[in-house]
Design a binder for this molecule. Structure first.
Ligand SMILES: *Cc1c(COP(=O)(O)O)cnc(C)c1O
Length: 442
């Protein structure tokens, strides 16, 4: 076995100093909660630059990155074509407040790759995309209830904040203050991978449900894979009851293939949301679907939704440069092979160290759960020993490897990770698992 990376070289003095100053002016020193490392402990990272599969912190430490900006950076950091496209557009102007041909170009790349998205609307964050898709579903069906799954995350709009994944799972926020109770009551939570539970809420709220929103692969409670026919079954229930299916592909879109992961599961949602990868690391998200549905959005229809910086030319240029590179033959097979090598190795490492664990992996997504038995839903995921995950995270970071700073997030493998990177990661994991198993022996 190859040796793990040496310990981080320097005291992270400068990072600490910057973070302490940040805490005075930014809430918790961050602009998104999980960045504060609250559930894993240790010093939050302050990053100065990225290149390929690496991040460099303010103290000059090199970190092998499996967070990849929460999945957005599938081509690695500072991808030359994306950087060049942004720089060139910046010289022509950064925002015009009216339409550019770039919007047409990115829309065409997306609708060609995902033909059941006939028309699309660009927004600037995944939250806006899912929020707008739900508004459209409510506007079209004239119903108010929505169904979502425990442990799925769809951004931070009011309707999505109960029993949600990602940062809410990380911080243990089950219900969010500030969301009016009458609005929260319109969100019906059911367990992931449980069609029977979906059937039941539909019979309890007959004719009143506007939409079901789902992550086609759940990646915000850690990775949880849908069972065969779960997504198909959902769509059938929706059709039978006059509700719309919204498939939230903010993570999965262009992550497992050049297009939608729905093709893997034989579904074509009424509405699909995209984000992260389609912006090439710049804020872009979108919602889209059949033309007759999307034509209900203003200016063609009465469902209002707008954005000052929506379709921003810098962001469109970055997205175009990213998606053009994702058509390369064999690219996704290679990324998947890397991720499989990682998942299989982690599984073996757990077994060797005698640590009860499960590795859920699909495509280029993976999560280590410190629990026995399959993880098929949020209740299963919550059984994971998050203290062990925190230990694992810190031991890996100490060896120069940056995993998600929360049990309830995915590890993302990118097109620039190499077999050597994976082997180095597994060597580090081997050492980390030894530390964990010796601690639990105490
Ligand atoms: C990240 C994410 C969102 C929210 O996107 P933001 O750009 O952070 O608002 C929505 N849905 C899913 C599945 C996500 O992973």
């Amino acid at each position: 076995m190859s040796t793990a990376q040496p310990r981080l070289k320097r005291e992270r003095k400068r990072s600490r100093e910057i973070f302490e100053r940040a805490e005075n002016v930014l809430v918790g020193g961050v602009n998104s909660p999980v960045r504060a490392f609250k559930s894993v402990g240790g010093e939050p990272l302050i990053i100065e630059r990225g290149s390929g599969q690496y991040l460099y912190d303010a103290d000059g430490n090199e970190l092998l990155d499996y967070v990849c900006s929460w999945g957005a950076m599938i081509l690695g950091h500072a991808n030359p074509a994306i950087s060049e496209a942004i720089a060139e557009q910046a010289r022509r102007g950064t925002s015009f407040g009216v339409t550019t041909e770039l919007e047409l170009e990115l829309a065409t790349l997306i609708t060609r790759a995902i033909p059941f998205i006939e028309k699309i609307r660009f927004v600037s964050s995944g939250t806006e995309a899912t929020m707008s898709a739900v508004r459209l579903a409510r506007g079209v069906t004239k119903q108010d209830f929505i169904v979502k799954f425990e442990g799925c995350y769809h951004g931070h709009a009011d309707s999505f904040l109960s029993q949600a994944g990602s940062g809410l799972a990380t911080l243990g926020i089950a219900e969010c203050p500030g969301v009016p109770a009458p609005l929260a009551a319109l969100t019906l939570n059911v367990p992931y991978n449980n069609l029977g539970a979906v059937e039941r809420v539909f019979s309890q709220h007959k004719g009143k449900i506007a939409a079901v929103i789902v992550e086609p692969i759940a990646a915000n409670m850690g990775v949880v894979v849908p069972e065969t026919d779960f997504l198909k079954g959902l769509h059938e229930i929706c059709k039978k009851n006059g509700a719309l299916l919204i498939v939230d592909e903010v993570i999965t879109g262009f992550r497992l293939r050049n297009g939608s992961v729905q093709d893997n599961f034989g579904v074509e949602a009424d509405l699909t949301t995209l984000g992260k990868i389609i912006g090439g690391g710049v804020p872009v998200a979108a919602y889209g679907g059949r033309a007759e549905l999307m034509d209900q959005v203003a200016p063609l229809g009465p469902v209002y939704q707008a954005g000052t910086l929506a379709g921003n030319p810098l962001a469109m240029s970055a997205g175009i440069a990213a998606l053009k590179q994702l058509t390369k033959p064999g690219l996704y097979d290679e990324i998947t092979q890397m991720a499989q090598r990682l998942a299989v190795g982690l599984c073996a490492g757990l077994a060797e160290a005698g640590i009860p664990g499960e590795v859920n992996a699909i495509g280029s997504l993976a999560t280590v759960f410190f629990t026995l038995g399959p993880v098929k839903n949020y209740a299963n995921a919550k059984r994971s020993d998050t203290k062990r995950y925190a230990r694992f995270f810190r031991e890996m970071l100490d060896r120069g490897i940056f995993l998600a700073p929360s049990q309830f997030e995915a590890a993302f493998v990118s097109a620039v990770h190499t077999p050597q990177d994976i082997d180095r990661t597994l060597a580090a994991a081997h050492e980390a698992f030894q530390v964990i198993s010796s601690e639990s022996a105490d």
